[in-house]
Design a protein around this ligand. Structure first.
Ligand SMILES: [Zn+2]
Length: 464
């Protein structure tokens, strides 16, 4: 599909907003990244207005190498049109962050015999090297970012939102990461207690955060202090991660603790802060392996439980002034590493829509829809409809405080809510057989939450 065809699918499957967006961020969509498809400025502005009427924005992808001059011209043209219309100027900074580990011998680990080697356990084409041999790559990656950032500044254009999807690059402690580092003389010397996983992990993650801070976040924020900058999968947390990326495998030799059959992994808590990012990007996907982690009777609760855990983790640990913009995806997310299993029952669209609501009612601010292009016709509808309907509660979503992050360990009613003064905006979603009334505790008081399927309610708190 061409960029224009993709945009047309998004326009066809969505309706103009019923409630004003106000101070809420635009809804971000993976398909809406690309060079402006319209050659004529008036037509481009018309298209941007049509998207804005639906609350959505086009993001300009930055490029590297031979493609970057052309990408810059297209990006500046889009930014100019967005600035003229008073719209948010947004950037897709995926390309410029690759690749620190470019596969050259200088970036490799090194063993006692002087042999150079890489960790290839994440991807056959990505040679992950030594974190103590990558500093020479910093100026190159930073330049790839600054080239664009300086051009925006010179042109008097702002950057309001910039994200990246920087994943299989830089040090990663999972898969064979630990055992590979233990064979490297340089890693052993620099990490004296390398046999202690948490200490090893802290060193790896600190360098990984430094790479993102010095080559991406700082170059942007020093030029555009108000910009929202973030990266896929980087968000404040409770020191645990409740999902595996498509390139990560469960390695029983690494520390973990089980929740049913889910192997929860210890995470390095300061990661988000050390990157200097200004918005959080948790990942709420229906990862294929999630289904078999739990024994709940209701198939939907397998997905919902896991995604609510992740959403609550980010919600509970992210400061109120840092927006949470989770990547979301409804269609089963199965990697080529995973064989198809007939017993895995996909998440219903109803449960997915409920999950999106509960994320908003637990401190999330917005969504970033990720999906392959051939899924956009299906994927755009639930996320856009939930997000657009949530605009009627902007006062709660912008200023309200979450009343609970509880994730019920058995199927039953799930309640989320935002408190604003004497009122709470609540939503209750029932899984499995439901017994009796449900109460939540707000300000030391037990508040009854009646069933109201598929709806939010505003409840007045009882006067003291
Ligand atoms: Zn090394």
């Amino acid at each position: 599909m061409t960029r224009r065809q993709l945009i047309d699918v998004v326009l066809r499957e969505t309706r103009p907003l019923k409630y004003p967006r106000g101070r809420r961020l635009p809804l971000y969509v993976w398909a809406l990244r690309g060079a402006p498809p319209e050659a004529d400025d008036a037509a481009l502005e018309g298209l941007l207005r049509e998207l804005d009427a639906r609350g959505m924005a086009l993001l300009a992808p930055w490029a590297t190498g031979k493609r970057r001059d052309k990408a810059l011209a297209a990006a500046l043209r889009l930014a100019r049109a967005q600035k003229k219309l008073g719209l948010s100027v947004g950037v897709d900074a995926i390309r410029p962050l690759y690749a620190f580990f470019n596969g050259t011998p200088e970036t490799a680990h090194i063993d006692a015999q002087g042999n150079r080697f890489f960790d290839e356990s994440f991807h056959s084409k990505r040679r992950i090297g030594c974190p103590f041999a990558v500093q020479g790559r910093f100026p190159i990656i930073r330049e790839q970012v600054e080239f664009f950032a300086d051009a925006y500044r010179k042109a008097g254009l702002p950057i309001d939102f910039i994200f990246s999807d920087w994943e299989i690059d830089g040090p990663i402690e999972w898969n064979a990461g630990w055992e590979t580092a233990k064979r490297c003389v340089r890693c052993r010397k620099q990490i004296p207690d390398i046999d202690d996983f948490r200490s090893f992990q802290a060193t790896f993650r600190r360098i990984r955060a430094q790479m993102q801070r010095e080559c991406f976040a700082r170059p942007i924020l020093d030029r555009f202090p108000g910009a929202l900058a973030g990266n896929y999968g980087v968000y404040p947390n409770d020191g645990w991660r409740y999902w595996y990326d498509w390139f990560e495998d469960f390695n029983p030799a690494l520390p973990h603790r089980f929740d049913q059959k889910e192997p929860e992994r210890p995470w390095w808590r300061p990661e988000f802060r050390e990157t200097n990012y200004t918005f959080a990007m948790p990942v709420l996907y229906t990862w294929y392996r999630t289904f078999d982690w739990y024994t709940f009777k209701d198939p939907d609760y397998h997905w919902f439980y896991n995604m609510l855990k992740i959403a609550s983790n980010a919600g509970a640990h992210t400061p109120a002034d840092v927006p949470i913009i989770p990547f979301v995806h409804h269609t089963l997310t199965r990697s080529a590493r995973e064989p198809e299993q007939p017993h895995v029952k996909p998440m219903s669209e109803r449960a997915y829509r409920e999950l999106l609501w509960h994320a908003l009612l637990r401190g999330h601010d917005d969504f970033f829809l990720w999906c392959p292009n051939d899924q956009v016709a299906h994927e755009i509808k639930p996320v856009h409809e939930v997000w657009a309907a949530s605009l009627q509660y902007n006062d709660f979503i912008l200023e309200g405080v979450p009343v609970t992050f509880a994730v019920p360990r058995t199927e039953g009613p799930v309640v989320s809510g935002l408190r604003l003064g004497n009122r709470i905006l609540v939503r209750r979603t029932d899984f499995g057989p439901v017994a009796g009334p449900v109460f939540i505790k707000v300000g030391g008081k037990k508040v009854p939450i009646p069933p109201h399927p598929g709806q939010c309610s505003v409840i007045e708190l009882p006067q003291p």
